[in-house]
Design a protein around this ligand. Structure first.
Ligand SMILES: Cc1cc2nc3c(=O)[nH]c(=O)nc-3n(C[C@H](O)[C@H](O)[C@H](O)COP(=O)(O)OP(=O)(O)OC[C@H]3O[C@@H](n4cnc5c(N)ncnc54)[C@H](O)[C@@H]3O)c2cc1C
Length: 398
């Protein structure tokens, strides 16, 4: 990895976050950079722990390479009238600290002089002339520019009016409690003993590190963002009144938002290829993207290896439609978030739901899951989504 003054590269990656760094790492692992020059540009140094990634997966080889800091085998979901604790088998829930992932990949890249990393702000790109303009200078790419940089606040402005868009917004505190409180092998995946939110979902989420230490989050899926004090008050209420933890110290904070939408923000523009959030790797109905991003990067790497030039995420149309229907139910308030998710958890095992959210279930398994949701709400949402498709097709014919 070098810090040089060259301005022409075979590939440029804009944004050294999850998608950008995973791509650089996988290009390297797959010998795609042996004869090529790669430049990575990010406005940040990526030297802080700006997020924690969690995801569920079956034990597999690709996980062995990752800097996983903890994994859990069990999960609890809680509603006002139920509490379910189950094994996640065949899955485990894994956690990677953002800073560990950044360091893990930067350490691999630094051995290779054909990879340069610079800190600069990208201003725009010119697909015609293969030029990337930054605040400091201008770069040229001969093959591809992989674009993952975005400003979260601007994403809701580029939403497609025919699609749904809500935020997953959350405040989390890593706390140390005076007395032992948590089961360190069990996450609380969703605790719905919190006030309902209009046209969305609200829940508590707990990732225990030890019996007296956990990340406790208050999470909302909704279009309206709150003031910081409102999240603080809601989280405090959840910790002190719902969990009944009175004595605790806050040692870290996670406060952020993730776009949940079936809008694909950016399409390929000649040799500018969107990756990560811009390419739709964040699953609209959950906000998770770690595994989907990895799969998308594998597709890109295979495409580069075989020179097929096809880089689009291969998300299944069937599951995209389910995401649209679920979002329709929530945002148009056909049913409350707590009712929908309460019925899903009561009617299905957690492992089955995780398989469904991983888009790995068969149509038969999907039908069984659908049989457990509030039927009328979902039928009306299906009709609404079909009507939208028909209107779009009619407009195209006109
Ligand atoms: C706090 C938080 C927690 C999350 N937790 C999970 C989780 O547990 N599990 C999960 O699956 N998903 C999670 N996500 C969702 C998703 O996995 C992450 O948002 C992920 O980082 C998205 O990857 P990305 O590459 O698209 O964007 P990012 O990782 O955000 O990378 C974009 C990069 O672009 C850079 N950039 C922005 N503007 C410019 C510019 N003008 N010029 C140059 N560089 C620029 C940024 O500095 C950043 O490094 C979480 C998201 C957040 C925000």
């Amino acid at each position: 990895m070098t810090l040089d003054t060259k301005t022409e590269y075979d590939y440029i990656i804009g944004g050294a976050g999850l998608a950008g760094l995973t791509l650089a790492w996988q290009m390297l692992e797959n010998d795609l950079l042996d004869q090529k020059q790669l430049l990575i540009i990010d406005r940040d140094q990526k030297n802080t722990n700006d997020r924690t990634w969690c995801f569920w997966a079956e034990a597999d080889e690709w996980l062995n390479n990752l800097p996983i800091s903890k994994s859990w085998k069990n999960a609890i979901v809680i509603g006002n009238d139920f509490e379910i604790k189950q094994s996640l088998k065949p899955y485990q829930y894994f956690k990677i600290e953002g800073i560990d992932y950044y360091n893990f990949i930067f350490n691999k890249l630094k051995e290779h002089p054909q990879i340069s990393v610079i800190q600069d702000v990208i201003v725009n790109e010119d697909s015609e002339n293969h030029i990337i303009n930054t605040q400091k200078t201008q770069y040229q790419f001969t093959e591809y520019f992989f674009k993952s940089y975005f400003i979260a606040d601007e994403l809701s402005q580029i939403k497609n009016p025919k699609k749904h868009f809500i935020w997953q917004h959350f405040l989390g505190w890593k706390i140390i409690t005076k007395a032992n409180f948590f089961e360190s092998e069990t996450i609380t995946y969703m605790d719905m003993r919190v006030p309902e939110v209009k046209a969305g979902l609200s829940f508590g989420y707990i990732l225990p590190e030890k019996q007296n230490e956990a990340l406790v989050e208050y999470t909302l899926f909704s279009s309206e963002l709150w003031k910081k004090e409102e999240y603080e008050q809601a989280l405090k209420n959840y910790i002190e009144n719902t969990l009944k933890i009175r004595e605790y110290d806050i040692i870290e904070e996670e406060f952020n938002k993730i776009p949940m939408t079936n809008t694909i923000f950016e399409q390929r523009n000649k040799n500018i290829i969107p990756i990560g959030t811009l390419a739709g790797t964040v699953k609209p109905s959950t906000g998770y993207s770690f595994v989907r991003n990895y799969k998308h990067i594998q597709l890109i790497v295979n495409s580069l290896k075989n020179n097929t030039q096809s880089f689009e995420s291969a998300n299944s149309k069937r599951f995209r439609f389910y995401d649209e229907v679920l979002m329709n139910v929530l945002v148009t308030e056909k049913s409350s978030g707590h009712e929908v998710f309460g019925k899903l958890y009561k009617g299905n095992s957690l492992a089955t739901l995780l398989k469904f959210l991983n888009e790995e279930t068969s149509l038969w398994e999907d039908l069984k899951i659908m049989n457990t949701v509030p039927k009328w709400a979902f039928i009306k949402a299906v009709v609404g989504e079909f009507n939208k498709v028909l209107r779009i097709n009619n407009n195209k014919v006109d």
